[in-house]
Design a protein around this ligand. Structure first.
Ligand SMILES: *[C@@H]1O[C@H](CO)[C@@H](O)[C@H](O)[C@H]1NC(C)=O
Length: 369
C-alpha cells in the first residue's frame, strides 16, 4: 500500500478548506476567515520563542491610544469607528490590529517609531492612499494584511522583512515592474479579487520574489501570467477568464505542488504542458470547458488530486489517469472528481482507476455536488 497522506505542511499562508468534497484536502484559503488575531499571536509566539515577547519594559509604559486595548505588546483597535491611525501607539508594539474601522488614508508618520512591529492588520477599512514613506519605519514587519480596502495599487516601499502580504479585494488594476523587487524573503502573496487583467501585470512585476504561494483568484486574467516567481509551490488562479494552458505558461514552474484553475473557461491544454510540472500533487480544473481528460496525467508520478468536475468531458480512456507500467506512479490518487460531465459512466472501464488509493476517492456520479 502506498502512503497517501499528503505532506503539504510547507507554507506559512495555509488556512482551512471550505468545500464539501469528500477528499478535499486542507490547505486552501477560506474566504470567510482570512486570519485570526489569536492565530497571529500564536505564530508570533512560535517565531519569537523565548524572546522578550510578553515582557513588560519597566522603564517605559506609554499610554494606550484612546479606543484601543493594549497588553503584552498587542494593540487592539478593531471596530472603533476610527477615521485615522491613532497617534501615540507604544513603540514596542508587535501586533497592531486596526481592522474594521473607517480609515481612508495612511499618512507619512502614522507608523513612526514602530520598528518592532511584527504584524499590521488593516483589513476592512476604506484605505485608498498610502504615503510612499509610510512603511519605512517598519523594518521588522513580517505580515501585512490590507484586504478589503480601496487601494488602487500595491503600496510602495514595503519593508524588506515582509513575509506575507494579503491585499485581497481592493481596486488594483496594475502591478508595476519592480513593485516587489526588494522583498527577497516574501513567502506568500494573496491578491485575489482585484480587477487585474494580464495587461495590468507589467513585465517584471514579480521580479525579485521567491514566493511559495501566490493567489490571484477572482480577477480578470485571460491567461496564466508570465514570469511569475520560478520556485512557486502553490499558484491559485481560480475564477478568472483563462481560456487555455500553453506550454510557455507552465514551463518555468518545476516546483509547483498545487495549481488551482477552477472556474475559468479553459477548453484547451496544450499537449505536453503537464510534463513541465512533474512535481504537481493537486490540479484543480473543475468548472471549465474541457472536453477530455488533460493529456499527460498518467505520466505524473506524484499527482494525487485532480478535479475535473463540471466540464464537458464525454469520454474517459482506460489510460487517461494511470500509467501502463507497474511502479511508474509514486503516489496513488486520493481524489478524482468527474461528476457533472456528459460521460457515459457505465462505459468507463474499472481499470481506469487502477492507481487510485481506494474507490471512494473517485467522485463519479452524474450529479452536481
Ligand atoms: C461540449 O462538447 C460537445 C462535443 O463533444 C460540443 O458539441 C458542445 O458544443 C460542447 N459544449 C460546450 C458548452 O462547449
Amino acid at each position: 500500500m502506498l502512503p497517501v497522506v499528503a505532506v503539504f505542511a510547507l507554507l506559512v499562508c495555509i488556512t482551512r478548506s471550505s468545500t464539501g468534497l469528500p477528499f478535499e484536502q486542507k490547505g486552501f484559503w477560506d474566504f470567510g476567515k482570512e486570519f485570526d488575531v489569536q492565530d497571529l499571536l500564536m505564530m508570533m509566539k512560535d517565531e519569537e520563542d523565548g524572546s522578550a515577547f510578553g515582557e513588560v519594559d519597566p522603564q517605559e509604559q506609554p499610554g494606550c491610544p484612546f479606543g484601543c486595548q493594549c497588553s503584552l505588546r498587542v494593540v487592539q483597535c478593531s471596530d472603533q469607528n476610527l477615521y485615522e491611525i491613532p497617534r501615540d501607539i507604544p513603540h514596542d508594539t508587535r501586533l497592531l490590529d486596526l481592522q474594521g474601522n473607517k480609515i481612508t488614508e495612511i499618512r507619512e508618520n502614522d507608523f513612526k517609531g514602530l520598528y518592532q512591529l511584527y504584524a499590521l492588520v488593516l483589513v476592512n477599512n476604506m484605505i485608498s492612499r498610502v504615503h510612499p514613506r509610510a512603511f519605512l519605519p517598519l523594518g521588522r514587519m513580517q505580515k501585512l494584511y490590507l484586504s478589503h480596502n480601496h487601494l488602487p495599487a500595491v503600496p510602495r516601499n514595503l519593508p524588506a522583512s515582509l513575509v506575507e502580504l494579503r491585499i485581497h479585494d481592493n481596486r488594483i488594476k496594475k502591478v508595476a515592474a519592480g513593485t516587489f523587487s526588494a522583498l527577497g524573503t516574501m513567502n506568500c502573496i494573496e491578491m485575489g479579487r482585484n480587477p487585474l487583467q494580464n495587461s495590468g501585470l507589467e513585465p517584471g512585476a514579480f521580479t525579485g520574489l521567491k514566493l511559495n504561494f501566490l493567489r490571484i483568484s477572482e480577477a480578470k486574467l485571460t491567461g496564466i501570467p508570465r514570469d511569475l516567481p520560478e520556485n512557486l509551490r502553490e499558484l491559485h488562479l481560480d475564477q478568472n477568464q483563462i481560456q487555455a494552458i500553453e506550454l510557455v505558461d507552465v514551463s518555468q514552474y518545476r516546483d509547483l505542488f498545487r495549481l488551482g484553475l477552477s472556474h475559468n473557461r479553459i477548453r484547451h491544454i496544450e499537449h505536453g504542458s503537464l510534463a513541465y510540472v512533474p512535481n504537481l500533487r493537486e490540479l484543480h480544473l473543475d468548472n471549465n470547458r474541457l472536453n477530455k481528460v488533460p493529456s499527460g496525467l498518467a505520466q505524473m508520478k506524484y499527482v494525487q488530486v485532480v478535479y475535473l468536475h463540471s466540464n464537458n468531458i464525454s469520454e474517459v480512456g482506460v489510460n487517461d489517469f494511470c500509467p501502463t507500467g507497474f511502479g511508474m506512479k509514486k503516489t496513488f490518487y486520493n481524489g478524482i472528481s468527474l461528476f457533472d460531465n456528459p460521460i457515459s459512466y457505465w462505459e468507463v472501464q474499472p481499470a481506469t482507476f487502477r492507481c487510485v488509493a481506494d474507490r471512494n476517492a473517485v467522485h463519479f456520479g452524474n450529479h452536481k455536488k
